[in-house]
Ligand binder design. Structure first.
Ligand code: DAH
Length: 346
């Protein structure tokens, strides 16, 4: 075999070893490229005498054609292999049954919200809805939490803007601003009547705080409650809670206690704890709500006389109630949208 036949062999071998189009083009460059071996041979022709040049030139051109043919064959083989692989990967089995769309179901937290509304509804509470982008005034100031009040730092707030007639806008950090919005409307509606009907309302909805871990999500739910009359006491609130929790958890076997606490908009304030008499959480006190007698400053912001109108407010977390009801230990599961988790609640 002469040197030229050897070169053709070597090139064919290189091309065969290239398994991708890119590798094949690299191999091509080593022979036919600007600095390739065939190109090099052609360049060296110039130094030969005229008669030798003619013979050698014809031989090299033949080699070049054979290498180009080998390259072309390999290009085609690689393209066919690629198409084959693609067809295999995209194989469509028309005999398979179609993918069905199963019937949907309510999100577990939505189920809790509906239950909360139904139970309080049966006790004569109205259900109110309000804005999630809230004025600073309703979210804080009207609730006896003026600017620079240390209690503001209890909430890690998402601010939207800081200017506006009512102190700028924020994503409400709790549903408590609905106390003021609802009460003001109620008072206006009944202005002039000899006897103002009691205010009895719950306001469930989304709330927001800069917070995220197994038990906190930046978006979470709260349900506010407000009950204002001329003769409402802690005793009434306790009875309402007892009724609510027994219905919500579908058991009479639970205890309720008020534990002294602090909220700027109530005085006195209490955390509400419940304990189940049986089940996996048996005997454990679980915090389920905040509550208290509405602070006179807040009653004044309702447009009412705190000497005459008295009442209670409470706030609870439907997410937490849902976790307790179904035994879920990570709040984030509710918001990841994983159907394997969610479809268990249908
Ligand atoms: N707004 C309170 C919070 O987000 C919860 C709360 C506590 C609401 C006591 C109330 C209340 O109405 O009386 O932490």
């Amino acid at each position: 075999m002469n040197d030229l036949d050897q070169l053709v062999d070597q090139a064919s071998g290189d091309f065969a070893r290239a398994t991708t189009p890119a590798a094949l083009e690299d191999a091509k460059a080593r022979y036919l490229g600007k600095a390739g071996q065939v190109t090099d041979l052609l360049k060296r022709l110039a130094a030969l005498p005229a008669d030798e040049k003619k013979v050698r030139g014809a031989e090299i051109n033949q080699v070049k054609q054979r290498i180009e043919a080998a390259l072309q064959a390999r290009r085609q083989a690689l393209a066919e292999a690629e198409l084959d692989a693609q067809l295999k990967a995209e194989a469509l089995d028309v005999t398979l049954p179609g993918r069905r769309r199963g019937p949907g179901g309510l999100h577990p937290v939505s189920r809790s919200m509906e239950r909360i509304e139904a139970i309080f509804g049966s006790m004569g509470f109205d259900v109110a809805d309000g804005p999630e982008i809230e004025d600073d005034w309703y979210n804080f100031t009207a609730l006896n939490t003026p600017e620079d009040h240390p209690a503001r730092s209890m909430h890690d707030t998402f601010y939207v803007d800081t200017r506006g007639p009512r102190g700028g806008h924020l994503l409400r950090t709790h549903t408590s601003p609905m106390q003021v919005r609802y009460a003001v409307q109620h008072v206006k509606r009944h202005a002039g009547s000899a006897q103002m009907p009691e205010i009895r309302v719950i306001a469930p909805g989304r709330t927001y705080r800069v917070d995220s871990d197994a038990t906190h999500s930046p978006m979470f739910h709260q349900c506010e409650g407000l009950w204002i009359g001329e003769n409402v006491s802690f005793k009434d609130l306790k009875a309402v809670f007892a009724d609510f929790f027994r219905h919500f958890f579908e058991t009479d076997d639970l205890q309720i206690r008020f534990r002294p606490s602090f909220f700027p908009f109530t005085e006195p304030s209490a955390e509400v704890d419940i304990a189940f008499a049986s089940g996996p959480l048996k005997g454990k006190w679980l915090e389920v709500a905040g509550s208290g007698q509405v602070h006179p400053n807040v009653v004044r912001n309702f447009g009412l006389d705190p000497e005459r109108h008295i009442g209670f407010a409470f706030g609870m977390g439907p997410d937490r109630l849902t976790m307790l009801r179904y035994g879920v230990n990570d709040l984030r599961l509710f918001y990841e949208g994983d159907l394997r988790f969610l479809s268990q609640f249908k």
